[in-house]
Design a protein. Sequence first.
Length: 270
Amino acid sequence: MQTIGSAAASDIASVPALLAVRDISVRFGGIVALNGISFDVKAGDVVGLIGPNGAGKTTLFNCLSRLYIPNSGDILFEGRSIMSAPRHAIAAIGMGRTFQNVALFDRMSVLDNVKVGCHSQTRQGFLTSVLRIGTVQAEERRIEERAHELIAFMGLEAFAHLPAGPLPFPIRKRVELARALAAKPKLLLLDEPAAGLNHDEVDVLKDQIRRVRDHQKVTTLLVEHHMSLVMSVSDKVVAIDFGRKIADGTPAEVQRNPEVIRAYLGTEAA
């Protein structure tokens, strides 16, 4: 007889993966960058992807966002393979990404940068803009409202009408995150969001990642070297080394894993 507790555990285990990575391998000439990587990201989770420099984390992110084409394996998003999806369609199907090196339109205002992120959600094309001005104006109002909502959500009101280029680096990173959220992604890929941030700024980032999950209802997969950040915000952690997965579990489980300890410290725990 199944108990209430076991039934709940079974229900959690049966939640379908929003993202399913299946046996992904990538080779660059004779170099194996990824070797049969598989893991799931469930809707509503924050999943941390960790590993030493050169482990293959960014290569995997580039496969997910279709910048690289794997040599073998499959990537499923909401149960459907995205292996044949063109690069430009990734945002439209519900995946957003930030990058290690912040890429904003420096001469444009913060507000306009965030509005750019709404592009994949825009329903009107060029012909409509010529023939149905009223509809396009309504679309523009919707985009403007969405951008202002996200600027407030990220605490960027004071910078909304300033050009993005001269802003401090931590503020620029928040603008990039707001722009990624503007497209209403179901899954957000964060590529080393703590890079270049000091201790206090990382604490702010921790809160932002949690709020993105809890208030924007966006699932997050992040690559990060800042272990305190990863372990404090992640529901699950996947560790890779030399292109292969070495651990997959809760933060506590991964921190105790002997292979993870060897990968980071070069020796097994005493």
